[in-house]
Design a protein around this ligand. Sequence first.
Ligand code: SF4
Length: 699
Amino acid sequence: MDPEVKNRPSTLAEKILRNHLYHKKSELPERGRYATFRPDRVAMQDATAQMAVLQFMNAGKQSTSVPTSIHCDHLICAKCGVEKDLPEAMKTNKEVYDFLGSAAARYGMDFWKPGAGIIHQIVLENYAFPGGMMVGTDSHTPNAGGLGMLAIGVGGADAVDVMTGMEWELKVPKIIGVHLTGELGGWASPKDVILKLAGILTVKGGTNAIIEYFGPGAESISCTGKATICNMGAEVGATCSVFPFDEKMAQYLEATGRAKEAAKARANSADLQADPEVLAEPEKYYDRVIDINLSELEPYVNGPFTPDAACPLSQMQSRVTENDFPADVEVSLIGSCTNSSYQDLARAAAVARAALDLGLEPKAKLIVNPGSERIKATAERDGILATLREAGAVIMTNACGPCIGQWKRQTDDNTRRNSIVTSFNRNFAKRADGNPNTHAFIVSPAVAVAFAFSGRFEIPAGLNAPEGPELPPEGFATCDSGMTSPKPGSPEPVISQSSERLQKLKPFEPWNGEDFIDLPLLIKVKGKCTTDHISMAGPWLKYRGHLQNISENLLLGAVDAFTGESGPVAPRAKELGQSIIVAEDNYGEGSSREHAAMEPRFLGVKVVLAKSFARIHETNLKKQGVLALTFADPLCYNRILSGDRITIRCAKIAPGHSLAVELRHADGSRETIYATHTYNEQQIAWFRAGSALNSLCRQ
Ligand code: SF4
């Protein structure tokens, strides 16, 4: 390595990465090169934990090598409110909860029962710490960056690497510096920082990058506000986001019972910031620097259908008219892992109180998903939930609910074009209620409540900007956290042969080392194809532990470039036996779910050839033994025709070398194009072995 690079001042992200290198004496490679790390902990939510635990069980270990937690939050359907929904979920998902609970007890993991809270809120309240590094089997794991932690969303197979104590590999990301000045005021909130940034960076702008915030404005934002901003870094494709340690973090640690962590961080404060040289000349050390003056920030309304369609509130009415968006807001959703802090709920309730005092009546339905039992108990004690109920709010379980499509929305007409607003983080078509006619817009919780009262995309006249304390003035309420610690000596989890929801995994076949000859085209996907399109959530969530059953949803949401339609793809995949998928840009963006990689593998897909990949999904494909290739010239996507047979000359695959792709068109004509890849030696070993897990088991 160039000694100048080695000795140069470091950004905060570089310091944390360096501290977590797997081989302590190694150096952090330059950005863009692979390195291996040893994260401090793993967190898994119930939908992804099933497959991760099934893989871990095949690795033959007695217990996890690092502290690990499982959180039951994704499988609970929001319908009538917590009182009815939670017992219903306990019944419906009993088999899965029993499996995860027994696996946690057996292998040494903390188990957070259904209703205890949402993974990222629980991690922030209990586990995250400044300067730490963790992975989580969920794309919003970066939420913990609000407490100065490098927290990265990964697929289950990556989590298994960390849980088994193996080296966990990551391409050292670029670092985007976001310089914050000024102070938030009026209706502007931390949410609006990331909504504005999403408009600047777009859904792809953070790909393979860490977003590192710095500057005087950063210190003015509450710890939980910082978490909101880091959470939604996933919406611009960032590997993760991080804030430097400050007093707001220390106060949050103390308020959540972690005074020792706060004292430790204060004592090491200099190591939990970028070096002074970096702050003095950021352009020299960050790959890109973006300035945001918080004092000038106004509330944003982002959407519909994509989180980067950013619009300042002052321009929203004309945008609605110009685009013919449904002008009435029918539902306001607040809470989720992104925005259910005490400050968020207190500000939302302050808006509701002021509106009620003005004599206004809510015109939209208000739905609240608190992030944890601790937040809920505190908001209940302090009258926050009572105020929201007075405004007509239904309090759902402390769980994901509508944010992951687990929402039995009651509507009079499913075919009517309609608008909803949400303080959640994603707004892809059909994500919340499964209805393509729903236009979902992302806003802060306070703005969501204001819109509920106007029933439109505007704040009612006379309603002033709300106040809301960052932390509960009387401290957090004490309550049953809902966590069970592991029990040494617990028995192996049992999986019934006849189960429809859980299935033991059979290792995938190794690659035979030969070229893939004449692969039939399974589908040429047109346009945006997120992991939601590849492996839908909603009703399919229940099959996340059963690879055969969930594979039936393969690419159900993807648009076929030749027909312009979406529909079942799995039957054709089974008929073909082996095949190839062709796709456009940022294929697999969105959630980290590895099912989107395991399903095609299970159904015989050998190769995915795309214009570009989302980072986590590309790694997931590699881990599951599917060859992830990129068009050397993205225009060659247009050369793929209906009925093509495609040969991939991969027998001599090597790092950095492109591969020939021979097309045999239905009319008999042939042509050759080229594909590139990002496989390193280790990843090629995974591909040879049939999967990363096969490779691990061989060692
Ligand atoms: S983003 Fe939504 S689905 Fe994901 S963890 Fe947060 S609340 Fe749950």
